[in-house]
Design a protein around this ligand. Structure first.
Ligand SMILES: Cc1ncc(COP(=O)(O)O)c(C=O)c1O
Length: 469
């Protein structure tokens, strides 16, 4: 047999090895440090090498991979409370294994209609979670950044198809940087992205937004797009969507919701009230690799009107005439991609296997854990809590002002992380160092959040008693 084709026995043996390897990794996640990058760059250097001319045994390859996996931020583990966690549920890995092994083509529909439909169905389920009508559509992307790029291009084609040189996009001061980045990639100059002030809870100020739009109209600019934050990365703030939708409608603008982080909280009982009228937005960025706990590389863009994506992305080529669907959408007509993985399976299979209820329960648990951590830290007079959590971020700092206080907070974060049980990240808000605790991994439960609060309190004792970094 050709060496690139594994025999049935060698495939089984390789799978057994890989399964054992993965199980050892997953089973030990709880006891692995929440981050361990000491010496990681030296280890990385060991992977700078020419391609091997001859085969190597899988056992040896896995032995090399293990330290490469371990020397990292443990983004799959329960202690990962930094940035925006996700987790990576194993049923998605099983889906990926099947999808990659089957290796069918879903970029256009006719080569594998049922598989393309599985993906379309999964997108439809996500649309219904967000309250979109059945006529809505969308695409799966590698993540929020690429979803945002397609949203901006769709908005540009819908509102300013001929000349966008004076078009302006409105974001808040808290909007994720992927929005201005996508705007730049889509051909806008940086000045065309207008940053609007936020209120004390870091939600965009709708009055300031309306005024900015009016002013720009008077200057002869062409305001065409508003981006609503549905869960900012800093603090989880949610913009007043109904006001933004109404401002957008009165100016015939495209309203996009960046719900990359916040979107799946709509599954919670309180979810629809957290983000009223999100279903009125023209498009929604959702990151299943965040709130649906799927592996990195799973993003989604939903649109109320799928034709808008088609106008922005569809193109014809003679060599594709054999395989272009006429009635049903081809994903390649709705997105920048043609050949790509069958990523729909990693959403569809976990939803079918676990049922939506399991995801709802997990999201409810994250809200409960966040509230608990917030209440604990708020009860400790040494801490200043930046805001009541709107989603699952607790942003806090040791009280105090000035660079010395920033240094104490930085030291507190460093010491908590050095314990290895939880991993926190930081940001700057109003020029001050702020520590963030974000609960989103499906593996994070009460025991770990309790560890986090204990570690924060105990290290605060240390930091405050030594009095300086
Ligand atoms: C609010 C928000 N929007 C967009 C993004 C970008 O998403 P991605 O990293 O999947 O490209 C992120 C990433 O954390 C985010 O938190």
């Amino acid at each position: 047999m050709h060496p690139l084709e594994l025999t049935s026995e060698s495939l089984q043996r390789a799978l057994d090895l890989a399964t054992r390897f993965v199980r050892e990794e997953i089973d030990s996640l709880d006891s692995q440090p929440s981050a361990d990058v000491l010496g990681a760059e030296e280890l990385a250097l060991g992977f700078v090498e020419p391609p091997p001319a001859s085969p190597r045994p899988l056992e040896a390859i896995l032995d090399r991979l293990r330290p490469a996996i371990r020397k990292s931020f443990n983004t799959a583990g329960p202690g990962y409370l930094a940035f925006i966690p996700g987790g990576g549920i194993m049923s998605a890995a099983i889906a990926d294994f099947i999808a990659v092994s089957a290796n069918r083509y879903v970029g256009v529909r006719p080569p594998a209609p049922a598989l393309a439909q599985i993906e379309a169905t999964a997108i439809g389920w996500l649309a219904s979670i967000m309250g979109y009508p059945k006529t809505a559509g969308g695409i799966l992307t590698s993540g929020g950044s690429l979803s945002t790029l397609s949203a901006i291009v769709a908005a540009r084609e819908a509102k300013l198809p001929d000349d966008f040189s004076r078009g302006t996009i409105y974001v808040s001061a808290e909007t994720h940087y992927c929005v201005p980045k996508a705007a730049r990639i889509a051909g806008f100059r940086d000045w065309q992205v207008r940053r609007v002030a936020v209120d004390p809870r870091r939600r965009v100020d709708p009055m300031a937004l309306a005024q900015a739009i009016e002013r720009d109209h008077l200057k002869g600019l062409k305001p065409f797009m508003i981006v609503a934050n549905v869960g900012t990365t800093n603090t989880g703030a949610i913009d007043p969507i109904p006001r933004l939708v109404s401002i957008g409608r009165s100016h015939s603008m495209w309203v996009h919701a960046d719900a990359a982080y916040g979107g799946f909280f709509r599954l919670a009982g309180a979810g629809p009230d957290l983000m009223p009228e999100i279903e009125e937005c023209d498009s929604i960025t959702l990151d299943p690799h965040k709130g649906m706990f799927l592996p990195y590389g799973t993003g989604c863009l939903l649109v109320r009107d799928p034709e808008s994506l088609k106008r922005a992305h569809s193109m014809d080529a003679e060599y594709l005439h054999d395989v272009r669907a006429q009635e049903q959408p081809n994903f390649s007509d709705l997105s920048p991609e043609l050949s790509r993985d069958f990523r729909g399976l990693r959403i569809w299979l976990p939803l079918v296997l676990h049922g939506l209820g399991a995801f709802k329960d997990a999201i409810e648990e994250k809200l409960m854990l966040t509230r608990w951590a917030y209440d604990q830290l708020r009860a400790d007079s040494r801490f200043e809590l930046i805001d009541e959590p709107q989603l699952s971020v607790v942003a806090f700092r040791l009280k105090g002002a000035g660079p010395a206080s920033d240094a104490l907070n930085e030291e507190l974060q460093r010491r908590v992380n050095a314990r290895g049980r939880v991993f926190l990240s930081s940001t700057r808000l109003d020029g001050r160092y702020v520590i963030r605790l974000c609960v989103l991994s499906f593996r994070t439960h009460m025991d770990r959040v309790r560890d986090a609060v204990e570690a924060i309190r105990a290290e605060a004792d240390e930091v405050l008693s030594t009095g300086s970094a």
